[in-house]
Design a protein around this ligand. Structure first.
Ligand SMILES: Nc1ncnc2c1ncn2[C@@H]1O[C@H](COP(=O)(O)OP(=O)(O)OP(=O)(O)O)[C@@H](O)[C@H]1O
Ligand SMILES: [Mg+2]
Length: 245
């Protein structure tokens, strides 16, 4: 039996300055899976994510998280979500630790041990007491990830999660995201314009172009018709050229 989706997007559209940036988008993300939104720059990935977390107002359609509509029950819906959208939101004059402590106070039952555990998981424990002003881009990204994970969300949303990370950070983040989904049953929605990243990370992929979801694929079910292309590359090219697969 299929479990209920953690995230359900139903027929959502959004127009900004006369441009339809999201066009009748519907999709579901289930517990235990990594779902990737794949599309070129300007496809609408960040716009869709901003709608889910309430950074942009819904004009049409509905979004439910754990069965709570963000229109009528936003606080309950968002309490299940951890997210990083574009740049993580950090206080640069505070230390990494104090940023996490500040965030922890907005939730119940987050201990100091949990803060240090998360700092260790994201590979920041040796710099956690330094001010964020002194962090590199990748270190800020890691702290953002720590902030998103602190309250053990059941839906984790990451917009371009490996942006700014070094190769070891990319691999660690990828391994950790997959572990969160497959071992801890977290539902994960990520966005990327990088085929290779989506390919290594996701169980299902939604291909987005001009605000529309063109197709949803299961990574385990696709194969390539050509030796020079990976299965996802092959499917992506066919779908975005309008071929039916
Ligand atoms: N505040 C805004 N005002 C006007 N247009 C906007 C605004 N935000 C987004 N858009 C437009 O919406 C479309 C989708 O943008 P979005 O940032 O969602 O794309 P994306 O898929 O995340 O791209 P990228 O891969 O570059 O991050 C673009 O055409 C963009 O210009
Ligand atoms: Mg974006």
């Amino acid at each position: 039996m299929q479990q209920a989706p953690i995230l359900q997007i139903r027929n959502v559209s959004k127009t900004i300055q006369n441009r339809k940036v999201i066009d009748e988008l519907s999709l579901e993300v289930f517990p235990g899976e990594v779902f990737g939104l794949l599309g070129p720059n300007g496809a609408g990935k960040t716009s869709a994510i901003r709608l889910i977390v309430g950074l942009s107002t819904l004009q049409q359609g509905d979004i439910e998280i754990h069965g709570h509509s963000i229109k009528t029950d936003f606080i309950k819906a968002i309490s299940h979500v951890g997210a990083i959208i574009e740049q993580p939101d950090l206080y640069s004059y505070l230390t990494g630790y104090k940023n996490l402590l500040h965030f922890a106070r907005m939730h119940n039952n987050i201990s100091r041990d949990r803060i240090m555990e998360i700092a260790e998981i994201v590979g920041l424990s040796n710099r956690i007491h330094d001010v964020v002003n002194s962090y590199s881009l990748g270190m800020r990204q890691r702290l953002g990830m720590a902030q998103a994970l602190l309250h053990s969300p059941s839906l984790l949303i990451l917009d371009e999660p490996t942006n700014g990370l070094d190769p070891a950070g990319i691999r660690d983040t990828r391994d950790y995201i997959r572990k969160l989904a497959h071992e801890d049953n977290t539902a994960i929605l990520i966005s990327s314009h990088l085929l290779s990243e989506i390919e290594l990370l996701c169980d299902r992929v939604g291909i987005v172009q001009n605000g529309k979801l063109l197709h949803t694929l299961k990574m385990s079910e696709i194969s390539s018709s050509s030796q020079s292309k990976t299965p996802l590359e092959d499917a992506f090219l066919q779908i975005t050229r309008g071929n039916v697969i």
